[in-house]
Design a protein around this ligand. Structure first.
Ligand SMILES: Cc1cc2nc3c(=O)[nH]c(=O)nc-3n(C[C@H](O)[C@H](O)[C@H](O)COP(=O)(O)OP(=O)(O)OC[C@H]3O[C@@H](n4cnc5c(N)ncnc54)[C@H](O)[C@@H]3O)c2cc1C
Length: 391
């Protein structure tokens, strides 16, 4: 999508380009390219967050009152697309884009003052403790329990698929604080320091060869009762609010535009593959539609409205388009996708085929998860059926 920019917006775009020219180093760009995981290379993301935070730009979508940029939706669009085009890493969303809106809305003044600045500076690194073995789509059936003992909750149980828990020093967790009521009514939202005695993290290696997800175990973990967000047993409302930001409210279209440009470059070299080029064009058109929806959604959020079920629609579109692009890339490089290159090969050995194609296979495999994480595609369709179509 091409925005018609005002004079002020053109000046803003120049400022963004200047920052990218001056501060986005070849090392950060190269680090970013090394990873095919959903959240990208952690070191590169942290280095980029440090740069942005110094400039006061780490809270891209945050209101000014909490230390954010206070940018308009057009400014955010300009910023995100310039960053994507320049090869900048994505900022890790777990704190900045997922937990932060929850703290703005449900956090106490003390929680806002303590946690938000440390999110911007990356002094705190968050992970998300929602899913459990047997409680993914049916999240309300979660069993990790937190029992009151004086001024503490004592937490026991386990969380699974916890992205980047091996980097995190904090986890936001859904815990069961009442066993007697209907499942949704007995859940609370708790903030926990990962170095609290009784917490352990076990890696899960994906089929793409990445260490991205983990299982986290809680064994009599003592958490101050002041670490609860929102009232006790009212965490389900808080949890759902966060999920709307996890599923929507970002700028996936700008990344997809870069992905499709990469695909088109590969296709230029493939003689006579007209069906692939036609499919790429169709995807490109759908990305333009998604881009428009994202800009509308960001304006809605900026007006203080909730993302709502539109975020489920955008999640389905963004994840399906990402999968289609990665599938086309695999088809385009043809037999060079087998045996598949993975991150271990990238780091240790010569790759097979062209150098710039070395992450295509791992990217394809990793992209399969995008219609599962953040809530499976079928579950998003159920949400749309219920809240939009009234079925
Ligand atoms: C890469 C990755 C990263 C993740 N990161 C995190 C994280 O950081 N923190 C976290 O808490 N969780 C995380 N998750 C977990 C993710 O949220 C769950 O995998 C997801 O909610 C699905 O749950 P499940 O895996 O238990 O599958 P299930 O719920 O068992 O679903 C299995 C299949 O059944 C279908 N299905 C289930 N219920 C219905 C229904 N009612 N109607 C129709 N179809 C249905 C699903 O669509 C799916 O295809 C991550 C997952 C992945 C893959």
């Amino acid at each position: 999508m091409e925005l018609k920019l005002t004079e002020e917006e053109l000046a803003f775009r120049d400022q963004v380009r200047q920052l990218l020219n001056e501060e986005l180093t070849p090392q950060i760009i190269a680090g970013n390219k090394k990873s095919t995981t959903a959240l990208g290379n952690n070191e590169a993301a942290m280095a980029w967050q440090e740069v942005l935070n110094k400039r006061g730009w780490a809270g891209v979508a945050w209101p000014k009152e909490f230390g954010g940029t206070g940018w308009s939706s057009n400014q955010r669009y300009i910023f995100n697309s310039e960053c994507e085009k320049a090869g900048a890493p994505k900022l890790i969303p777990l704190g900045l884009r997922m937990l932060a809106p929850v703290i703005f809305k449900y956090g106490t003044k003390e929680q806002q003052d303590y946690y938000l600045p440390k999110m911007l500076s990356a002094e705190h690194y968050w992970c998300q403790g929602y899913s459990e073995p047997g409680s993914g789509s049916d999240l309300a059936s979660l069993k990790t329990r937190a029992e009151r003992d004086g001024d503490y909750y004592v937490v026991n149980g386990t969380k699974i698929w916890t992205t980047n828990a091996h980097y995190a020093d904090h986890i936001f967790c859904l815990v069961r604080t009442d066993q007697e009521v209907k499942p949704q009514a007995g859940i609370s939202f708790l903030l926990i320091e990962m170095n609290t005695p009784g917490i352990s993290v076990e890696p899960i290696i994906t089929m793409a060869g990445d260490h991205e997800v983990n299982q986290v175990f809680f064994d009599n973990v003592r958490v101050p009762i002041t670490n609860i967000v929102g009232p006790e047993n009212d965490g389900w409302k808080v949890a759902k609010y966060l999920l709307e930001f996890e599923r929507g409210g970002s700028s996936v279209a700008t990344r997809l535009q870069v992905d499709i440009a990469e695909l088109n470059l590969i296709l230029q070299k493939v003689e006579g593959e007209i069906p692939l080029k036609k499919r790429a064009k169709e995807i490109d058109i759908k990305i333009s539609a998604l881009s428009q929806m994202e800009t509308d959604m960001q304006s809605k959020i900026a007006r203080g409205e909730k993302p709502g079920a539109g975020s489920s629609l955008m999640k389905i579109m963004a994840s399906s388009l990402g999968q289609e692009i990665s599938t086309l890339k695999m088809e385009a490089i043809s037999n060079y996708n087998l045996p598949h290159n993975n991150l271990l090969l990238i780091q240790n050995e010569e790759t097979i085929g062209e150098k710039e194609h070395e992450t295509i296979s791992a990217g394809y495999l990793n992209e399969r998860a995008s219609t599962v994480f953040g809530g499976a595609k079928e579950v998003q369709k159920n949400i749309i059926a219920k809240s939009v179509l009234g079925l």
